[in-house]
Design a protein around this ligand. Sequence first.
Ligand code: C5P
Length: 297
Amino acid sequence: MSVTVRVPAKVNVQLGVGGTRPDGFHDLANVFLAVGLYDEITVTPAEELRVTCSGPDAAQVPLDRTNLAARAALALAERHGRDAAVHIHIDKDIPVAGGMAGGSADGAGALLACDALWGTRASRADLLEICAELGSDVPFSLVGGAALGTGRGERLTVLGTGGTFHWVFAMAVRGLSTPAVFQEFDRLNDGVRVPEPAASRELLDALAKGDTEALAASVSNDLQPAALSLFPSLADTLAEGRAAGALAALVSGSGPTTAFLAPDAAGAERIAQALRASGTCRTARVAASPAPGATVL
Ligand code: C5P
């Protein structure tokens, strides 16, 4: 008996970052959009907790208890006074350390899969609470679609979307650490009063209407200067995508994956081909949004 859950990646169409809080986190106005690149998490009863991973980036995934999928299983087991004796297999298609919430997806997926396997029947509110303990982006991986994340990004308001958006994602040759990018943000803003972040009304309207051009005109990422400072050649990837017809080009989350909004599906294919041929990234993938959140298959 086993359970498989499919979980999407995300792109931040707005990542508004405020000042550092007393707990070291930053206040965010974070507009998440789930995109159709997925990890699949399969859980099977086992003698003891263990994690395995397959896929092109599998070698970079930690298989110990620092893995968010293992931590999710342990958190659920502890709440229900049971043993987390389960084999978690991650079939990984979301880039690792890429700014697309791949680790968060595995946490949300393992949580939902273990809940189904063990019949613990945790409420949606309990699942979301465990997700928020695991990491700022994990609740959104469970929910999917589109949402505004406030607080450290974990407090979600679901947003409406009026249509399909076509994206290209360029995977970089190496990863970036999220804490390092936030530290660089702090260094670049040293001595500056960072205003409180707020969601852009134009952006929320563009999402609600499914208006690609209006969305392209209003995307923003306050972490982009920090990601570019740590990884300057990402600017070349952004320029190649723009030259190939992207309506908007930005760093995805803390990077280093770069995201390109295409006018339509055919345009996305053309941009992806141009990016692959440019030599400025490891590979490029097309994906549509919004995508559903974690789903038991
Ligand atoms: O919540 P999560 O574990 O994903 O955060 C990873 C790191 O990113 C944090 O340790 C912190 O350095 C940084 N972060 C932040 N402010 C946020 C979210 C993350 O500074 N709102």
